[in-house]
Design a protein around this ligand. Sequence first.
Ligand SMILES: Cc1ncc(C[n+]2csc(CCOP(=O)(O)OP(=O)(O)O)c2C)c(N)n1
Length: 554
Amino acid sequence: MTETVSGAHILCRTLVEAGVDVLFGYPGGAIMPFYHALPEYPSLRHILVRHEQAAAHAADGYARASGRVGVCVATSGPGATNLVTGLATAHMDSSPVVAITGQVSRPMIGRDAFQETDIVGITLPITKQNYLVQDAAELADVVRDALAVAQAGRPGPVLIDIPKDVQNQKVGFVPSVGAQHAAPLPTASDDTIRRAADLIAAAKRPLIMVGHGVILGNAYAEVRALAEKTGMPVITTLLGISAFPEGHPLHLGMPGMHGEVHVNRAIQRADLIVGIGLRFDDRVTGNLAAFAPHAKVVHIDLDRSEIGRNVPTAVGIVGDARAVTRVLVAATAARNCDAWRAEIDGCRRPQDASFRGGMSPEAILAAIRDATAGNCTIVTDVGQHQMWVAKLFPYRRPNTHITSGGLGTMGFAVPAAMGVHLARPGEPVWAISGDGGFQMNMAEMATMVQEGLTVKLAVFNNGYLGMVRQWQQFFHGKRYSSTPIWSPDYVKLAEAYGIPGYRVQDAGELADAVGRANADPGPALVEFVIEQEANVYPMIPPGGSLSEPIEAAV
Ligand SMILES: Cc1ncc(C[n+]2csc(CCOP(=O)(O)OP(=O)(O)O)c2C)c(N)n1
């Protein structure tokens, strides 16, 4: 049955139809018709953020934690441009986000109208697809298409720009009859699977490397089955963390720039790498010319363009991580890699020997693990703390580590954690930031209070933009140019927002403060005052080979 409704109502109805239940946004002139319609759709919960960047990150966090599309909304001009960092972050990490922006009315487009920005042009390289809707009659199809595109195949962000007069335009609307069906994912040929299985059978030093694709594709059980059937040790990239049980005897850890020595050594000695759902980016490979010099690579990825893009591939398999790995497990003969594992174990180093004393990241993270019984989701920002968390937190459940891996966006953790909370209500969510990144989006504490979002905030306060200071120490003769950073009194700040704040300066206070913050019914903040000039070890210098780490002096 056709009804005559405005573009704004069509937008709301198609979102409701698709099962969207939360939007993160900020109103303004060009998106007002949408905000006028919104209260008539109570199933669309709107979270009013304090900056549109936070809306995009929160939608991204929601998407990563729920596996569904995250939606953010902004007005034209500055509202839309404030989304850009969040969309680029989602694009780099393959996160299904749909951004809806208001645009100036059609007759004003191209006239440098007030708050006019070509957001479609700006976001072209950082979206999977984007649309400028010129007629409300197309809007329903555009929204349905956008939601499908964001999730189809390798997920990513999509932007819909809707001129204000299109939001007000009244046209016929036909509600959708039934859900859309996703396009079938590509399947691997028998021949490529057989060649991969033959390589696994013949290898003396094989490894599995898993990335975000294993989490996005829900391939945990299949990857574990492949590892357990063959004995191949498993390496998890930064975005692959929590795709494989942390404490599993076959788990080696994280590779690359801050990867453990034994992990990078294993890569450099390996004769076969089976990469599943990762893109072999430069933070993982270091100097490509020197990466895994003895290894043949089997690369399984949903995105055909990733195969052979960074590393030469012996066997490329385009397909869904779960489906392909399942077939590969069946085609692979059982074996073990005991001698190889013993060789790798011989290269193990004690964790992060440079960070001594009570308030080590290990101790802080152990306190968070204990307070949450290990069942929380950790969302990290970018910097030293991010690497410590990646290396040290004992993840127990799949997809419980969320971070900005590809773009490395400071300011991500706090707003993304709000999205995670809404995707997983009732589960503890800890946003862990440095004192730099926290100050980028700390205004979202107000959002948490106004919207009742229970996010726990951890600030690793070292008085520096720590990771940059570390680079200055190693590569710029200790010239700490613009890296010392002043912080407000975080406890008072939290109190000003009406939330409890705790400062921990001594390891003896950890359990109590973290436990109390975790048990508080709403948001809470814990500041950890940590050693100022601690470093993340080991480190491969930028552009260096994985064989040449800088290690902590012992
Ligand atoms: C938006 C943004 N700006 C700049 C950088 C460059 N950068 C990477 S790590 C870092 C320092 C982070 O400092 P802090 O948040 O205090 O964390 P720490 O390294 O001390 O744990 C900077 C400035 C970035 N990644 N993102």
